[in-house]
Design a protein around this ligand. Structure first.
Ligand code: SF4
Length: 278
């Protein structure tokens, strides 16, 4: 663990980064949130399908700043973003706020801002949910804590804790929970459903790879079975935008005419990204 910690930037390093002078990523939408907030960015988990890494690189090229995905605290983002009552904010979608490398102080600073905005809801999401237990968030009624469980299988496409460990870490945690099955990969229905049932999330979001990463995707019929089963016990099941694309891709296998529809459904950024990989 010591070596892993040495990989990440220190707070002093982050303060030398030009990013502290920019205010950047607070107007995107992710799933049930109205927008995102990225007081901390960057990630060392290296998921092969990472959308955020590409997004940060693109932003850096356009703004002449460091394009690495090195974890950073962005002080301007932390302290100068204003939140409106009733908004739902996804915290750090361009990184992992609870990655093993994130200094405790950074997370505590984020929790303080959340405490100061009790009428706004914040989604704290990570692929390392075991770190939730390090913090006392019991006084925060305006948060969801959540994780990604894109499948019950371990496809070794990430250095993050494998899905089974994320599931175990989420069990018996207090508070409102959410789970993101995104980007969905082929799964075992009974096992995946039993995991979600045990986590007891209020919200489950289901989405798909939108960027041509050639993931081991399930059939559309299998996804429909999953959605139907989840709706039996979960208060809110959200189909993310990318899921429609997977459905189209699924049909495109048997009917090539669907391909053009698929391209038309991608938003501009996704389309640029997808085409750049051709
Ligand atoms: S955990 Fe998230 S931010 Fe980190 S590499 Fe994976 S997809 Fe990217």
């Amino acid at each position: 663990m010591t070596n892993e910690k040495e990989e990440c930037s220190t707070k002093e390093d982050s303060l030398r980064m030009p990013y502290k002078e920019v205010k950047i990523f607070s107007d995107r939408i992710a799933g049930i949130s109205n927008r995102t907030w990225n007081p901390v960015t960057g990630c060392l988990y290296g998921c092969t399908y990472c959308f955020a890494r590409h997004y940060v690189k693109k932003f850096a090229e356009e703004n002449g700043v460091d394009d690495s995905f090195t974890p950073r605290l962005i002080e301007k983002e932390l302290y100068s973003v204003e939140f409106k009552p009733g908004e739902t904010i996804f915290v750090t979608d361009l990184g992992d706020l609870f990655g093993y490398w994130v200094p405790r102080e950074w997370i505590e600073n984020v929790l303080k801002v959340i405490k100061d905005n009790p009428d706004t809801t914040f989604i704290l999401h990570t692929k390392n949910p075991s770190r939730f237990r390090e913090f006392d968030y019991s006084s925060l009624s305006n948060i969801y804590i959540g994780t990604t469980i894109e499948t019950n299988r371990d496809y070794s496409l990430t250095k993050a804790p494998e899905p089974y460990l994320r599931f175990k870490a989420m069990c018996n945690l207090p508070g409102r929970k959410e789970v993101s099955i995104c980007p969905i990969m082929d799964f075992d229905l009974d096992i995946l459903v039993s995991w979600i049932e045990k986590i007891e999330p209020e919200v489950v979001e289901v989405g798909a790879d939108n960027h041509g990463n050639n993931l081991p995707e399930p059939t559309w019929e299998k996804i429909e079975s999953l959605l139907d089963t989840l709706r039996d016990f979960c208060p809110k099941v959200v189909e993310k935008k990318g899921l429609a694309s997977l459905r189209e891709r699924s049909f495109a296998v048997s009917d090539p005419c669907y391909t053009s529809k698929y391209y038309l459904q991608l938003d501009n950024f996704s389309k640029d990204y997808f085409l750049s990989k051709k």
